[in-house]
Design a protein around this ligand. Sequence first.
Ligand SMILES: Nc1ncnc2c1ncn2[C@@H]1O[C@H](COP(=O)(O)OP(=O)(O)O)[C@@H](O)[C@H]1O
Ligand SMILES: [Mg+2]
Length: 245
Amino acid sequence: MQQDVLGKQLDLSALLHDVSNALKGASVIVNQLIEGTYGQSLEEIRPLLIALRDSHDRGMSLVEANRVSQEATPVILTRFDMLAFLQKTYDLFNPIAQYHSLKLHYQTQSSYRHGTQVKADRVSIDRMICNILTNAIKYTSCGEIFLRLLNQEDDLVIEIEDTGCGIPTEQLSNIFIPFWRSPNSSHSGRGLGLYVALCVAHAHGLNINVDSTVGQGTKFTIIFPCKDNVIWGVSSNGCCWRNIT
Ligand SMILES: Nc1ncnc2c1ncn2[C@@H]1O[C@H](COP(=O)(O)OP(=O)(O)O)[C@@H](O)[C@H]1O
Ligand SMILES: [Mg+2]
Protein backbone atom coordinates (compact mmCIF):
# COMPACT_ATOMS: atom_id res chain seq x y z
CA MET A 1 0.00 0.00 0.00
CA GLN A 2 2.72 2.43 1.07
CA GLN A 3 4.68 1.29 -2.01
CA ASP A 4 1.65 2.17 -4.13
CA VAL A 5 1.40 5.70 -2.72
CA LEU A 6 5.13 6.29 -3.16
CA GLY A 7 4.91 5.03 -6.76
CA LYS A 8 2.06 7.45 -7.51
CA GLN A 9 3.94 10.34 -5.92
CA LEU A 10 6.97 9.51 -8.06
CA ASP A 11 4.83 9.44 -11.21
CA LEU A 12 3.27 12.78 -10.34
CA SER A 13 6.67 14.34 -9.65
CA ALA A 14 7.94 12.97 -12.97
CA LEU A 15 4.93 14.40 -14.81
CA LEU A 16 5.37 17.82 -13.14
CA HIS A 17 9.06 17.71 -14.07
CA ASP A 18 8.25 17.21 -17.76
CA VAL A 19 5.39 19.76 -17.86
CA SER A 20 7.63 22.30 -16.16
CA ASN A 21 10.36 21.70 -18.78
CA ALA A 22 7.83 22.28 -21.58
CA LEU A 23 6.75 25.56 -19.92
CA LYS A 24 10.38 26.65 -19.47
CA GLY A 25 10.97 25.96 -23.18
CA ALA A 26 7.94 28.11 -24.08
CA SER A 27 9.18 30.92 -21.88
CA VAL A 28 12.62 30.88 -23.59
CA ILE A 29 10.89 31.16 -26.97
CA VAL A 30 8.69 34.07 -25.78
CA ASN A 31 11.81 35.87 -24.53
CA GLN A 32 13.36 35.54 -27.98
CA LEU A 33 10.21 36.96 -29.54
CA ILE A 34 10.31 39.93 -27.15
CA GLU A 35 14.01 40.50 -27.78
CA GLY A 36 13.44 40.32 -31.54
CA THR A 37 16.21 37.73 -31.94
CA TYR A 38 14.74 36.39 -35.15
CA GLY A 39 13.39 39.72 -36.49
CA GLN A 40 10.11 41.61 -36.34
CA SER A 41 8.08 40.56 -39.35
CA LEU A 42 5.58 37.72 -39.22
CA GLU A 43 7.63 35.78 -41.79
CA GLU A 44 10.77 36.11 -39.66
CA ILE A 45 9.16 35.05 -36.41
CA ARG A 46 6.92 32.33 -37.87
CA PRO A 47 9.37 29.48 -36.91
CA LEU A 48 9.38 30.77 -33.34
CA LEU A 49 5.58 30.99 -33.26
CA ILE A 50 5.36 27.40 -34.49
CA ALA A 51 7.89 26.30 -31.84
CA LEU A 52 5.86 28.17 -29.21
CA ARG A 53 2.64 26.47 -30.30
CA ASP A 54 4.36 23.06 -30.29
CA SER A 55 5.84 23.65 -26.86
CA HIS A 56 2.39 24.59 -25.55
CA ASP A 57 0.87 21.50 -27.22
CA ARG A 58 3.54 19.31 -25.63
CA GLY A 59 2.65 20.62 -22.17
CA MET A 60 -1.06 20.12 -22.86
CA SER A 61 -0.68 16.59 -24.18
CA LEU A 62 1.37 15.64 -21.12
CA VAL A 63 -1.31 16.95 -18.79
CA GLU A 64 -4.11 15.35 -20.79
CA ALA A 65 -2.34 12.00 -21.08
CA ASN A 66 -1.60 12.19 -17.32
CA ARG A 67 0.40 9.11 -17.94
CA VAL A 68 2.29 7.26 -15.26
CA SER A 69 5.90 6.83 -16.22
CA GLN A 70 6.83 3.45 -14.82
CA GLU A 71 3.87 1.42 -16.03
CA ALA A 72 3.51 -0.02 -19.50
CA THR A 73 -0.30 0.22 -19.30
CA PRO A 74 -2.51 1.84 -20.30
CA VAL A 75 -0.81 3.53 -23.20
CA ILE A 76 -1.97 4.61 -26.62
CA LEU A 77 -0.06 3.21 -29.55
CA THR A 78 0.08 5.01 -32.85
CA ARG A 79 2.17 4.64 -35.99
CA PHE A 80 4.34 7.59 -36.90
CA ASP A 81 7.41 8.48 -38.88
CA MET A 82 10.46 8.97 -36.64
CA LEU A 83 12.25 11.09 -39.23
CA ALA A 84 9.44 13.68 -39.23
CA PHE A 85 8.93 13.34 -35.48
CA LEU A 86 12.58 14.26 -34.79
CA GLN A 87 12.42 17.10 -37.31
CA LYS A 88 9.64 18.59 -35.16
CA THR A 89 11.70 18.03 -32.03
CA TYR A 90 14.63 19.79 -33.71
CA ASP A 91 12.43 22.75 -34.75
CA LEU A 92 11.21 23.08 -31.17
CA PHE A 93 14.63 22.85 -29.52
CA ASN A 94 16.60 24.86 -32.07
CA PRO A 95 15.56 28.27 -30.66
CA ILE A 96 16.11 26.99 -27.12
CA ALA A 97 19.66 25.84 -27.99
CA GLN A 98 20.31 29.15 -29.74
CA TYR A 99 19.13 31.03 -26.66
CA HIS A 100 21.85 29.20 -24.71
CA SER A 101 24.43 30.03 -27.44
CA LEU A 102 24.59 26.40 -28.56
CA LYS A 103 24.33 25.03 -32.07
CA LEU A 104 21.85 22.20 -32.50
CA HIS A 105 22.20 19.89 -35.53
CA TYR A 106 19.77 17.31 -36.85
CA GLN A 107 21.69 14.68 -38.83
CA THR A 108 19.93 12.00 -40.85
CA GLN A 109 20.79 9.40 -43.49
CA SER A 110 19.67 9.71 -47.09
CA SER A 111 17.93 6.33 -46.82
CA TYR A 112 17.07 3.81 -44.12
CA ARG A 113 17.34 0.07 -44.65
CA HIS A 114 13.97 -0.71 -43.04
CA GLY A 115 12.34 2.72 -43.16
CA THR A 116 11.56 4.95 -40.19
CA GLN A 117 7.98 3.98 -39.31
CA VAL A 118 7.56 3.47 -35.57
CA LYS A 119 4.71 2.01 -33.53
CA ALA A 120 4.83 3.52 -30.07
CA ASP A 121 3.28 5.78 -27.48
CA ARG A 122 4.04 9.12 -29.04
CA VAL A 123 3.70 11.21 -25.88
CA SER A 124 6.04 8.90 -23.96
CA ILE A 125 8.65 8.77 -26.74
CA ASP A 126 8.52 12.56 -26.79
CA ARG A 127 9.16 12.65 -23.03
CA MET A 128 12.17 10.35 -23.39
CA ILE A 129 13.80 12.34 -26.18
CA CYS A 130 12.99 15.79 -24.79
CA ASN A 131 14.41 14.92 -21.36
CA ILE A 132 17.70 13.73 -22.84
CA LEU A 133 17.87 16.75 -25.16
CA THR A 134 17.06 19.14 -22.30
CA ASN A 135 19.97 17.66 -20.34
CA ALA A 136 22.29 17.99 -23.34
CA ILE A 137 21.48 21.72 -23.46
CA LYS A 138 21.60 22.16 -19.68
CA TYR A 139 24.96 20.42 -19.17
CA THR A 140 26.73 22.06 -22.13
CA SER A 141 28.02 25.57 -21.55
CA CYS A 142 29.39 26.03 -25.05
CA GLY A 143 29.65 23.97 -28.19
CA GLU A 144 27.29 21.79 -30.15
CA ILE A 145 24.47 19.31 -29.72
CA PHE A 146 23.77 16.58 -32.27
CA LEU A 147 20.43 14.87 -32.73
CA ARG A 148 20.82 11.93 -35.12
CA LEU A 149 18.62 9.27 -36.67
CA LEU A 150 20.71 6.40 -38.02
CA ASN A 151 20.77 2.77 -39.01
CA GLN A 152 23.32 0.72 -37.12
CA GLU A 153 23.37 -2.73 -38.66
CA ASP A 154 19.62 -3.47 -38.92
CA ASP A 155 18.60 -1.36 -35.91
CA LEU A 156 17.14 2.13 -35.92
CA VAL A 157 19.13 4.38 -33.62
CA ILE A 158 18.61 7.84 -32.15
CA GLU A 159 21.74 9.57 -30.87
CA ILE A 160 21.81 12.69 -28.73
CA GLU A 161 25.37 13.89 -28.30
CA ASP A 162 26.69 16.98 -26.57
CA THR A 163 30.06 18.62 -26.06
CA GLY A 164 29.33 19.42 -22.43
CA CYS A 165 30.80 18.71 -19.01
CA GLY A 166 30.53 14.91 -19.25
CA ILE A 167 29.73 12.41 -16.51
CA PRO A 168 32.45 10.76 -14.38
CA THR A 169 32.59 6.97 -15.01
CA GLU A 170 31.84 6.17 -11.37
CA GLN A 171 28.57 8.17 -11.61
CA LEU A 172 27.24 6.55 -14.78
CA SER A 173 25.44 3.77 -12.92
CA ASN A 174 23.50 6.35 -10.85
CA ILE A 175 22.11 8.66 -13.48
CA PHE A 176 18.85 6.76 -14.09
CA ILE A 177 17.99 6.45 -10.38
CA PRO A 178 15.04 8.70 -9.48
CA PHE A 179 16.08 11.91 -7.69
CA TRP A 180 19.80 11.18 -8.13
CA ARG A 181 21.78 14.25 -9.21
CA SER A 182 25.48 14.83 -9.53
CA PRO A 183 26.71 16.10 -6.11
CA ASN A 184 28.81 18.79 -7.83
CA SER A 185 26.10 20.04 -10.19
CA SER A 186 25.53 23.79 -10.11
CA HIS A 187 22.36 23.47 -12.24
CA SER A 188 18.86 23.26 -10.90
CA GLY A 189 16.99 20.03 -11.49
CA ARG A 190 15.01 17.26 -9.87
CA GLY A 191 16.86 14.15 -10.93
CA LEU A 192 13.84 12.72 -12.74
CA GLY A 193 14.44 13.29 -16.45
CA LEU A 194 16.56 10.21 -17.05
CA TYR A 195 14.37 8.05 -14.83
CA VAL A 196 11.43 8.90 -17.11
CA ALA A 197 13.58 8.22 -20.19
CA LEU A 198 14.55 4.76 -18.91
CA CYS A 199 10.95 3.84 -17.98
CA VAL A 200 9.78 4.77 -21.49
CA ALA A 201 12.60 2.80 -23.08
CA HIS A 202 11.79 -0.31 -21.01
CA ALA A 203 8.07 -0.05 -21.80
CA HIS A 204 8.89 -0.01 -25.53
CA GLY A 205 11.61 -2.68 -25.50
CA LEU A 206 14.32 -0.13 -26.38
CA ASN A 207 17.89 0.03 -25.12
CA ILE A 208 19.60 3.20 -23.89
CA ASN A 209 23.41 3.37 -23.79
CA VAL A 210 25.52 6.23 -22.45
CA ASP A 211 29.10 7.12 -23.37
CA SER A 212 30.67 10.04 -21.61
CA THR A 213 34.06 11.66 -21.14
CA VAL A 214 34.52 14.32 -18.50
CA GLY A 215 35.29 17.67 -20.11
CA GLN A 216 34.45 16.40 -23.60
CA GLY A 217 30.80 15.44 -23.65
CA THR A 218 28.14 12.77 -23.47
CA LYS A 219 26.34 10.62 -26.00
CA PHE A 220 23.01 8.90 -25.33
CA THR A 221 22.10 6.16 -27.81
CA ILE A 222 18.52 4.89 -28.01
CA ILE A 223 18.25 1.64 -29.94
CA PHE A 224 15.07 0.35 -31.61
CA PRO A 225 15.92 -3.32 -32.18
CA CYS A 226 15.08 -4.66 -35.63
CA LYS A 227 11.79 -6.60 -35.82
CA ASP A 228 10.55 -9.02 -38.47
CA ASN A 229 7.63 -6.77 -39.43
CA VAL A 230 10.01 -3.78 -39.92
CA ILE A 231 7.87 -1.42 -37.89
CA TRP A 232 9.99 -0.20 -35.03
CA GLY A 233 8.87 -0.03 -31.42
CA VAL A 234 6.25 -2.21 -29.81
CA SER A 235 5.51 -5.60 -31.38
CA SER A 236 2.05 -6.10 -32.83
CA ASN A 237 1.39 -8.76 -30.19
CA GLY A 238 2.14 -6.32 -27.32
CA CYS A 239 -0.76 -7.74 -25.28
CA CYS A 240 -1.21 -5.00 -22.69
CA TRP A 241 -1.23 -2.11 -25.13
CA ARG A 242 -4.30 -0.26 -26.33
CA ASN A 243 -3.88 0.03 -30.06
CA ILE A 244 -5.74 2.80 -31.88
CA THR A 245 -4.32 2.43 -35.36
N1 LIG B 1 24.13 15.34 -20.96
C1 LIG B 1 24.59 15.29 -19.71
N2 LIG B 1 25.83 15.78 -19.42
C2 LIG B 1 26.32 15.72 -18.16
N3 LIG B 1 25.65 15.21 -17.09
C3 LIG B 1 24.42 14.72 -17.33
C4 LIG B 1 23.82 14.74 -18.63
N4 LIG B 1 22.61 14.17 -18.55
C5 LIG B 1 22.45 13.81 -17.25
N5 LIG B 1 23.53 14.14 -16.51
C6 LIG B 1 23.72 13.86 -15.07
O1 LIG B 1 22.71 12.95 -14.66
C7 LIG B 1 21.95 13.51 -13.58
C8 LIG B 1 20.50 13.05 -13.67
O2 LIG B 1 19.86 13.63 -14.84
P1 LIG B 1 18.31 13.90 -14.79
O3 LIG B 1 17.63 12.66 -14.35
O4 LIG B 1 17.89 14.47 -16.09
O5 LIG B 1 18.13 14.95 -13.64
P2 LIG B 1 18.44 16.52 -13.58
O6 LIG B 1 18.81 16.99 -14.94
O7 LIG B 1 17.17 17.11 -13.11
O8 LIG B 1 19.52 16.65 -12.58
C9 LIG B 1 22.16 15.01 -13.70
O9 LIG B 1 22.02 15.65 -12.44
C10 LIG B 1 23.60 15.10 -14.22
O10 LIG B 1 24.49 14.98 -13.14
MG1 LIG C 1 17.39 16.52 -16.50
